[in-house]
Design a protein. Structure first.
Length: 445
């Protein structure tokens, strides 16, 4: 709960820092309402819509309301999926407004001791340090391989945790031994005729918990004729910090990444995580008021491309025979890949090129699955409502394989599969893992 003094400080910061021109760009037309999952799932509450949240921000700026708990709740319940942006006739940059508002609130209120400790541990102690991320992943891998996981389940320890976390524990990817986490290449040559030179953003979670997906990404790029450079000094993308009110830390990591990739001399910077890509492509906005970095950020963003886009550009699906045993596959859009990076057709082009597979488009594939970073942990009730809705749409396709393009979406869909009791008939998989599976299919051709 915020004090009167904290509210006054937050209000003053809103007046000073919020982009009033951007707030005024919202015409209150309501085109965003049908695209907003929290507006729909909350029973059409205006305060949980993009239009409503912008109106609340403007009211705080104008001093018409104070930034109380109801105001904070409205901001907190937003997924940040940015589905409102593509449908907005005025082009309101809602994502930027939301990040600024959350940052002002987070930096000017006194959190409880447990929250302060948790935020410091996650935002300062863990994500900026890849060696620590590897250590945590290594511990999870040891837990999985040593038999501790089996023991914890048998003695009922998991029953002490919330249901969502219990199910999440079941769907975590198998983490390889620490040696494999540390033994990372910084260069991979093209296979066959060279088509492009690219830099690969390996990420933090992707290069630990999802390291096999990163390995598959590098292999696909090689098969596509790309020479791949993996800069050693790159950092976490900063998305988690930027979305949850730690903007200064997000800027630090953005600068580290810009510097790390500048000297690679690559045609493109490739990412395989929609959430990371969606945040990094806005580095130029994040650093817009820092003259030394703004132009460098624009160049970084200009080169950024999702793995699916580069594969389509170089004609990977035409050069490499993709084939799988018969199965129905469907695709769940990553919100930030689609709404921010504007990548929607490339993944579908690649999936439809897989021979033996029957691609079925999921109804409302572009609606958020409810993962949204750590949203499914801190806003579990709303997240599970969104996931239940998504699983109904997935089941309607009769798919055996749900394909995603973001680690959070992948875990969320696996969570949905587990919750529905479909783990024997349905799987969730990252698109690059499926494409490599199809490219290396050993069945008779």
């Amino acid at each position: 709960m915020t004090t009167v003094k904290e509210r006054e400080t937050i209000q003053a910061q809103f007046n000073e820092r919020m982009n009033e021109d951007e707030l005024l760009n919202c015409m209150r037309c309501g085109f965003c309402l049908p695209s907003c999952p929290t507006y729909i799932e909350s029973g059409f509450q205006e305060s949980h819509s993009p239009r409503g949240r912008i109106a609340l921000m403007k009211a705080v700026v104008d001093g018409l309301i104070t930034p109380d708990e109801d105001f904070e709740r409205s901001l907190d319940l937003c997924l940040g999926c940015r589905a409102c942006e593509p449908v907005c006739p005025s082009g309101v940059k809602y994502g930027s407004l939301l990040e600024d508002a959350r940052d002002i609130v987070a930096q000017n209120k006194k959190h409880s001791l447990p929250v302060r400790v948790a935020r410091k541990a996650v935002f300062e102690g863990l994500f900026p340090h890849q060696n620590r991320m590897r250590s945590i992943a290594g511990l999870i891998g040891f837990y999985q391989r040593s038999g501790l996981q089996t023991v914890a389940r048998k003695i009922g320890f998991m029953s002490l945790l919330p249901d969502t976390l219990v199910t999440m524990e079941k769907v975590l990817p198998k983490v390889p031994p620490m040696k494999k986490l540390k033994d990372r290449p910084d260069f991979a040559p093209a296979i066959g005729e060279k088509t492009k030179k690219v830099s690969f953003f390996s990420g933090c979670l992707m290069d630990t918990m999802f390291i096999e997906t990163n390995n598959a990404t590098i292999k696909l790029l090689q098969l596509a004729g790309c020479e791949v450079v993996i800069p050693k000094d790159q950092a976490c993308c900063g998305a988690l910090h930027g979305h949850y009110g730690e903007k200064d830390h997000a800027k630090e990591m953005a600068k580290r990444n810009i510097k790390a990739f500048e000297d690679a001399g690559a045609d493109y910077i490739i990412t395989n995580a929609g959430g990371c890509g969606g945040f990094m492509i806005d580095y130029n906005h994040l650093l817009h008021n820092e003259p030394e970095w703004h132009e460098r950020a624009k160049e970084f963003s200009r080169k950024l491309m999702d793995i699916s886009e580069i594969l389509v550009e170089v004609g990977f699906h035409e050069k490499v025979r993709l084939e799988l045993p018969y199965q129905v596959i469907t695709y769940q859009d990553s919100c930030h890949l689609r709404n921010v990076m504007k990548t929607a057709s490339a993944p579908r082009t690649l999936l439809k090129a897989i021979q033996g597979a029957d691609y079925q488009e999921m109804q409302e594939a572009d609606r958020c699955c409810g993962s949204a970073g750590i949203y499914n942990i801190i806003e579990s009730e709303m997240s599970m409502k969104l996931l239940d809705y998504k699983m109904e749409k997935a089941k309607n396709t009769s798919a055996a394989t749900i394909v995603t393009a973001n680690p959070g979406c992948l875990l969320q869909m696996k969570l949905g599969i587990e919750r529905e009791g479909l783990n024997k008939t349905m799987r969730g998989i990252h698109i690059v893992d499926l494409l490599l599976e199809a490219a290396e299919n050993k069945t008779d051709r």
